[in-house]
Every structure is written in structure tokens, then in C-alpha cells.
Design a protein around this ligand. Sequence first.
Ligand SMILES: NC(=O)c1ccc[n+]([C@@H]2O[C@H](COP(=O)([O-])OP(=O)(O)OC[C@H]3O[C@@H](n4cnc5c(N)ncnc54)[C@H](OP(=O)(O)O)[C@@H]3O)[C@@H](O)[C@H]2O)c1
Length: 246
Amino acid sequence: MNKVALVTGAARGLGEVIARKLHKEGFRVAITGTTAASVNPLANALDPSGETAWAGALDIRSKTDFEAVRDALGEKWGGTDVLVNNAGRSKVAPVLEITPEEFTENVDINLRGTFLGCQVFGPHFRERGYGRIINIHSLAGHNGGTATGAHYAASKGGVSTLTKVFAREFASSGVTVNAVSPGPLDLPVVYETVDPQKLDTIKATIPVGRLGDAEFIADTVALLASQGASSVTGACWDINGGLYMR
Ligand SMILES: NC(=O)c1ccc[n+]([C@@H]2O[C@H](COP(=O)([O-])OP(=O)(O)OC[C@H]3O[C@@H](n4cnc5c(N)ncnc54)[C@H](OP(=O)(O)O)[C@@H]3O)[C@@H](O)[C@H]2O)c1
């Protein structure tokens, strides 16, 4: 039977592109978002019969939501094989103007959400002797952010650490945990949150001369989600157009 992949934050943007790619690659795909209504159209577009695409609500701030989706997929497809921790929220704000509440909100989504996903699905994969976790990181987590706020950058920085911690925890159980770290992508959220003039300046500083391609990020996620990717774990694959070389 084809492997089962769960993608968080898949109503739009990168999550949608990843869900489409994994489905095209033959995965049965669970498409989740803050509400079921936000992800139903994509699931219906991929497979109206519901045999290979499932839509459900999963707020990544809630451990109970992760557990409920794990159990629902267990009933529907016998379990889950791949988790893509994609959901995130990007905020632009000067560091001295970030309120404690805004800081906490960002960390809750971008860092704590990834932690909860790994904590719920890691043991499920270990029990099954197989699993792939791919955490969507960000260049901001390495360089402090080009167009985003300190709260976003700091929370993404923590994703590096969590990826290594969970990779070590599950390495001997057939479960890999990796991160993919994009620079600014040619996606709606970038145009919605970054001032057009600033975006032109950012584009001019990207060594390869263009924004990143979400399709290629999805290709990379699919590669790390494949059965052959068994010896890559605890890694972070940078895809940032040369903005940050290390
Ligand atoms: N775009 C870029 O240039 C870029 C660069 C580096 C990294 N990334 C990372 O790529 C990932 C996807 O970003 P994107 O560009 O596709 O952004 P996006 O268009 O804003 O999409 C983010 C998705 O995450 C969902 N989401 C937000 N909070 C959530 C929560 N608590 N629970 C579940 N889902 C939630 C959103 O749903 P709602 O709309 O319902 O809130 C939305 O569907 C993020 O982790 C982001 O940090 C993006």
C-alpha cells in the first residue's frame, strides 16, 4: 500500500504545493489546516473519492489536535508514515516593538507546533518501525531574518535544535527527522507581508538573482520523505539562493 503523508498548514502556499507533490508521487495525503473548510477544496481537487486524499482540522498549537488526526488516520489508512511540519506564521515587526504576547504567539506556532508534531508522531512512527519527519525551517532562523521579525526568526532557529534532538531520539528506529530551510520564496505570503520596495532590495541581494521556487522545496520534501532517504537524519538542507552559505 502507498505510504501515508500528513502535511500541516496545507490550505495554501508551500503546504499546498507540498501536498500536491506528495499526492502526485503516490502518497495518500492528509491535508490539514486550521479549519477543515480551508483544506476541503484541495482534498476534493486531488481525489473527490477520498481514497487517497483526506482533509481535516489541525491547529498545530494543540497536542490534542495532533493526537486526534493521528488516530483518525490510523482508522482510515492504518497509520501515518510521513509528517511534514509545514504550518507557520511569518510576522514582520521591528524587534523593539514586538510585544510579549506577539512573541509568544509566534513561538507557539512556529516552534511549539513543530515540537508537538514530532512528540505525537515520532513515537507512532517508532512503534511502526518506520517514519519520516520533515520540518519546514527558514533562512531567518539562521541569519536572524531578512524581511521578518525577531520572533519569527528566533522560533525558526529553535527548529534546528528540535530537528537534531528528535533525529537522535528516533535514529535507531527507522525514523528520520530532517529540516528544509528555504530563503524567501515566490509565494503569496511574501508579497502580502513585505513592502514592495524592500522586496526589490531583497531580490537584488540574492546571489542567484531570484526568489526561491516552492515546487523545488516540495521536490526536496518528497526526496526526504522517500524510503530511500534512510541515512539522512538530523540534517538541515538550505535552499536560499546563496543568501547564506555555511
Ligand atoms: N514563503 C516563504 O518565503 C518562506 C520562506 C521560508 C520558510 N517558509 C516557511 O514555509 C512554511 C509555509 O509558509 P507559506 O509561505 O506557505 O505561508 P502561508 O501562505 O502564510 O501559509 C501558512 C499556512 O499555515 C497555516 N497555519 C498558520 N497557523 C497555523 C496553526 N496554528 N495551525 C495550523 N495551520 C496554521 C495557515 O493557515 P491559516 O491561513 O488558516 O492561518 C496557512 O495555511 C512556514 O513554516 C514558513 O515559515 C516560508
